[in-house]
Design a protein around this ligand. Structure first.
Ligand code: IPM
Ligand code: SF4
Length: 417
């Protein structure tokens, strides 16, 4: 039967033909827990009389949301998880490596064709390397930790095809914002979002991660790109030839198909207070900004920092705004450091923090006062997301963030030489 990528993954992992709508118990190849939801999942595991996790090597544990611990409850949560890791023999990256989704992929803990669950809604990021990855709640995670399997209803798929070449300073973030604007925050509810077309085929893995990361912002159960040679190079030995067969069949069934032309796309902005409140940057030009955040699991990778530094091009940030740059992981931080990007940001007047979620969720630092405006490369702009419920968060690409950080107001990066 003609199958989507998602149907192929479930069929392979369950060793029988599986179609969208089927409900079955499927094996879990990796399970990710972090400092916020990890303790809840461990408590659920205990309530289910869990004594030993199904396979310590398949559990990805780290702390990224409130690190280094910014309160006594955060410190207690982290201690609780450290003790659990020691008891169960789980490798704990602790506060050392960065944001969970970046770390899970870059450390090779996820492979193309895997079924992965995480106690975090942006677990869908791993679809960038052709895994079926989805966020789950703590009760499901308690079960998954114990049994290494979970009940799934295999989702129907959406096919979003993009062709053409992006204009200068337009890229993956603008594309995914445009798609969310089109489809709305519930346009893909419980669907797997397949990203395909020439533009996606030419995208790097970090850019594909930006797209898949935000599938959840249109309600998606997963975002996914069929693994190809770019995936193989990135995964460096973790992908066998069989996974190239994951490409969807020509006549696979989709509940919705849309086509996008990358060449037509201009820089996009998601305005407060919903991620689907999207428009061209030109609609928002001149909006004064108090804080710019460049980072997160959406846009905190080396590529993103490089683009921001290129737009900056030796200029200084506007003196009356705060510019906070947080690399998504230690590896990406080191790449940026060695390439001189960190020096560029610091010289420009920015604050560079160690890898973590940073101001993305307003969990640790960089909070906004009432009436303040943030321009952020992250993925959510809900009321109160980065501090006061009276503050406003606009979402954009790293290029737009950098251009705006120079002028102090929302600025089209194509207009900055
Ligand atoms: C804290 C965590 C559960 C949450 C999520 O699930 O996504 C956070 O990472 C976010 O981005 O809102
Ligand atoms: S960087 Fe933001 S979106 Fe990503 S996991 Fe952390 S809080 Fe969630």
């Amino acid at each position: 039967m003609a199958a989507t990528i998602t149907e192929k993954i479930f069929s392979r992992r369950c060793a029988k033909e599986i179609s969208a709508g089927d409900v079955m118990m499927a094996p879990i190849d990796a399970a990710m827990i972090h400092d916020i939801t990890g303790p809840l999942a461990i408590n659920k595991f205990r309530e289910m009389n869990g004594t030993a996790v199904f396979d310590p090597a398949k559990i990805i544990m780290l702390f990224d949301h409130q690190v280094p611990a910014d309160s006594i409850p955060a410190a207690e949560n982290q201690k609780f998880m450290r003790d659990f890791a020691a008891e169960q023999g789980i490798l704990n990256y602790d506060i050392h490596e960065g944001v969970c989704h970046q770390v899970a992929v870059e450390k090779g803990r996820v492979r193309p064709g895997d079924i992965v669950v995480g106690c975090d809604s942006h677990t869908c990021t791993y679809g960038a390397i052709g895994a079926f990855a989805t966020g789950i709640g703590s009760t499901d995670m308690g079960f998954a930790l114990k049994y290494g399997a979970l009940h799934f209803r295999v989702p129907e798929s959406l096919k979003l095809t993009t062709t053409g070449t992006f204009q200068n300073r337009v890229g993956a973030k603008d594309l995914i914002l445009r798609m969310i604007g089109d489809l709305s925050v519930d346009g893909a509810t419980y669907r797997a979002v397949e990203f395909t077309g020439d533009t996606i085929s030419e995208m790097s893995i970090p850019a594909r991660m930006t797209c898949c990361n935000m599938a959840i912002e249109m309600g998606g159960k997963a975002g996914i790109v069929a693994p190809d040679e770019i995936t193989r190079t990135y995964c460096d030995g973790r992908m066998d030839d069989g996974w190239l067969d994951l490409a969807p069949d020509e006549d696979a069934t989709y509940v919705l198909e849309r086509e996008y032309d990358a060449a037509d796309l201009v820089p996009q902005i998601a305005a407060p207070h919903n991620v689907d409140n999207v428009g061209d940057v030109t609609q928002f030009e001149g909006t004064p900004v108090n804080q710019v955040f460049i980072g997160s699991c959406t846009n905190g990778r080396y590529e993103d920092l490089k683009e921001a530094a290129e737009v900056l091009n030796g200029r200084k940030f506007a003196p009356d705004i705060r510019v906070i740059i947080v690399p998504a992981s230690r590896t990406e931080y080191l790449k940026a450091l060695r390439a001189g990007l960190i020096e560029t940001f610091v010289e420009a007047g920015g604050i560079v923090e160690a890898p973590c979620c940073g101001p993305c969720m307003g969990g640790a630092f960089g909070l906004l006062a009432p009436g303040e405006v943030s321009l952020s490369t992250s993925n959510r702009n809900f009321r109160g997301r980065q501090g006061s419920t009276e503050a406003e968060v606009y979402l954009c690409s790293p290029a737009t963030a950098a251009a705006s950080a120079v002028t102090g107001e929302i600025t089209d990066p194509r207009e900055v030489a």
